[in-house]
Structure formats: structure tokens, C-alpha cells
Design a binder for this molecule. Structure first.
Ligand SMILES: [Mn+2]
Length: 390
């Protein structure tokens, strides 16, 4: 019912946005989508609670689109808000506008206030300051922030029963919370305190997680109800570091977090074969669970890509898709291979993948060179694990 309303939200283009004078902009966030048509409409879901995410680049915008759509697919009753940085292209914002209730442009450089001053002092923390802007969404009483590299597997509206600041433990240092998913209460006062704190103390990890853990520094010990179960922020890193626990509890997972340097959108996908292509990876860098990765790509190709194609129109953009030609051979893969020595060999089938001995595989695994899409695919690991557990 509410979905029909999205078409009514006017999305302003860049020139329209420029008419907003930054110095007159009292709120820290420019709301691109005007709320008026919704407020007056009886069809509108009245919710003063929202899921909030952040996209600072076009790649992260893809992540935000997938996350937003996954929340819609699981029938959230909450509003969806995306904060976008100034570098996100107009067509991406337009696509975001068809999934999110609000697309808010955050330009810390233009905010002319505490945020700007903080940025002058700590220019390295630009993205962090952009994320902290979520505290200025004071037209909501409570929000759940979710990183654009998360994916929702079931309805998670119950998170709104929690208080600020609720979050799940970080898999790397469980006395810290992971800032990929957290419950917070928007407040201009908290926002200013956070910025001042940030400008004065910096961030011990260079990002928002360091700042937030230093600021909400009693999280580990004060109130267990603020510890979200790990199933609300399951990272692939944790899956591989404690597989038996994943086998025991993994099926309850509600939110997957693609932590780490390699994100789902850094892979490419053959939609005809329904396969991931991991060749953009250097070995050992990635640690994404193939099943969740596939889920991300399926949602992206079915529900997000059409929106991007519509918004970009004739303009080229990187879809991340690879097309198989009639022979079922990947065109992009072919172009990456060295030229064939003779025309005859180019039509012969590709050689079977090299079989590694189990000792060699073990060595590669221990050296961090894990073949997540091949020998070390989750199905194979699970099989091995089953043989131990039986
Ligand atoms: Mn993240």
C-alpha cells in the first residue's frame, strides 16, 4: 500500500539542490524527498521510527539499494532513510528514492556548523562525520542504523524495542560493539557531543566504530539488554573463524554483514548461469560466504538493477553483470586470458581446474589464500565438518 506512494515523492536534481543555501540550512541534513505528499495521505504508514543507512559512493549506493529492498521484502513497518554523500551520482539517488522514504544529502563541508569545524580539525574522518549525521534525524524518535554492506534475511522490526546504544559484539574484539548495526535515538545534543568528542579524541580505528565505542564506552559492561544477539550482525569473518557455532546457530541469522575490504559489489555475477565470478579478488582478501553473496546478487539483479537501468537510461554505468555468449563462455573472462597460440585451441574446452592435494590446500588455507568459491566453498567445509561431528 505504502509502496505506491514512492512514485509521488519528488526527487530534486542537482540544480534544484543548489538552491538550498547551505548557510541557511539549519538542519544538518537536506531532505531531498519532501515529506508533504505522505504526511497528508491516509495511505501513509505513520511511523516515527526508521531504518537508516549511508551511501558515500555509487558502489555503496548499490549496497544501500539491496539493503533497502531486503527490508521491504521482509515487510518492515518502519520508514527507510538513506544518507547520501555529495559524490553519489544523480541516477543512483533517483533509484534510492524509489526504495527509501527519504534520501538525505549530507555534505559536511557545507554544513557550516559544529560538523564543519570538526571536519576542519580532522579531515581524515569525513565519512565518519557523514555517518554521525544520522543523529540529526530528529523527526524520528528511534532509529536503527544499518551499514550499506548488510543484508536482511527476515523482518527485524523488533530491534526497535531496544534502547540507545544497542549493538552486537564485534567478531574481532567482542568487548567492542560492531557499528554496522546499531539502535540509536536521534538528538541534536548527542550529535554535537559526538562531533566534539570526535574532533578532540579522534578515532582509535580511523572510522566510526572507534569513535562510537569510545563515546558509548560502557556498552561492554553496563547493560546486557544493549547487547544485540550476534544473529543481527553476522559477519562472514565469524563464520569461518568458528564454523561449529555457525552450524549450530547460523540458520537463525537475521542480518548478514559483509565485513572486510571486499564487498559483494566488487565481485561480478553471471546472471544466466547464476554464478559468482570471483576473479576480481586477490586470494585471501575476501571472506564472504558464497551463499549470502549469491543472495545479495540475486536480489540485486532481480529488484535493484532494473531501477538503476531506468534511472541511468542511455548513460553507461557499471552493473557488475557478466554476460555469457552463445557458447556459454564468459566474454569478459575470454578477454582477460592471454591470446591463444593457435585458432584451433581457442575452440577447445577450457582445461579442468587444477586439483590440489589436501596438504597443499591446508597450506594455502593457513596462509590466508582461501578459495571460497572453489575447493574451500562452504558446502565443502560443511561436508568436512559433518564428518568430524558424526
Ligand atoms: Mn560494514
Amino acid at each position: 500500500m505504502t509502496r505506491k506512494m514512492w512514485g509521488l515523492i519528488p526527487v530534486l536534481d542537482c540544480s534544484q539542490l543548489l538552491r538550498f543555501c547551505p548557510s541557511q540550512c539549519k538542519p544538518h541534513v537536506l531532505r531531498i524527498a519532501t515529506p508533504d505528499p505522505r504526511v497528508d495521505s491516509p495511505l501513509c504508514t505513520m511511523s516515527d521510527e526508521a531504518f537508516v543507512t549511508l551511501a558515500t559512493t555509487d558502489s555503496y549506493a548499490k549496497g544501500a539499494l539491496v539493503l533497502g529492498q531486503s527490508l521491504r521484502n521482509h515487510n518492515t513497518s518502519k520508514k527507510l532513510v538513506v544518507l547520501v554523500g555529495p559524490h553519489v551520482a544523480e541516477p543512483c539517488r533517483e533509484a534510492l528514492g524509489s526504495i527509501f522514504d527519504e534520501v538525505c544529502l549530507v555534505d559536511v563541508l557545507d554544513s557550516g556548523d559544529v560538523a564543519h569545524l570538526a571536519l576542519m580539525k580532522r579531515p581524515d574522518l569525513g565519512v565518519t562525520f557523514t555517518k554521525l549525521h544520522c543523529w540529526t534525524l530528529t523527526h524520528y524518535s528511534k532509529c536503527v542504523f544499518m551499514d550499506a554492506d548488510t543484508l536482511v534475511l527476515s523482518n527485524v522490526d523488533e530491534l526497535f524495542e531496544r534502547e540507545e546504544l544497542s549493538a552486537a559484539p564485534d567478531p574481532g574484539w567482542p568487548d567492542c560493539f560492531n557499528s554496522g548495526v546499531f539502535v540509536f535515538r536521534p538528538s541534536n545534543e548527542t550529535h554535537e557531543q559526538l562531533l566534539t568528542f570526535c574532533a578532540e579524541n579522534g578515532s582509535f580505528d580511523g572510522g566510526d566504530q572507534g569513535v562510537l565505542n569510545s563515546f558509548f564506552n560502557t556498552w561492554a559492561t553496563a547493560d546486557i539488554s544493549k547487547h544485540l544477539p550476534f544473529i543481527y550482525n553476522l559477519s562472514s569473518i565469524a563464520i569461518y573463524s568458528y564454523l561449529p557455532a555457525f552450524k549450530q546457530y547460523g540458520h537463525n541469522a537475521k542480518v548478514v554483514h559483509f565485513l572486510g575490504a571486499v564487498k559483494p559489489w566488487n565481485y561480478s555475477y553471471d546472471s544466466q548461469r547464476g554464478e559468482m565470478k570471483g576473479h576480481s579478488l586477490s586470494p585471501g582478501q575476501g571472506s564472504l560466504h558464497p551463499d549470502y553473496l549469491l543472495m545479495w546478487w540475486q536480489l540485486y539483479t532481480r529488484q535493484v538493477l532494473p531501477l538503476l537501468q531506468k534511472a541511468f537510461g542511455e548513460t553507461d554505468f557499471s552493473s557488475g553483470l557478466e554476460e555469457s555468449d552463445q557458447n556459454g563462455k564468459l566474454s569478459e573472462e575470454v578477454s582477460e586470458q592471454p591470446p591463444s597460440p593457435s585458432p584451433a585451441s581457442s575452440s577447445s574446452p577450457p582445461p579442468p581446474p587444477q586439483k590440489r592435494s589436501s596438504e597443499e590446500r591446508k597450506q594455502r588455507w593457513e596462509a590466508g589464500q582461501i578459495d571460497y568459491l572453489g575447493d574451500d566453498a562452504f558446502a565443502n567445509i560443511e561436508q568436512k565438518l559433518d564428518s568430524f561431528l558424526k
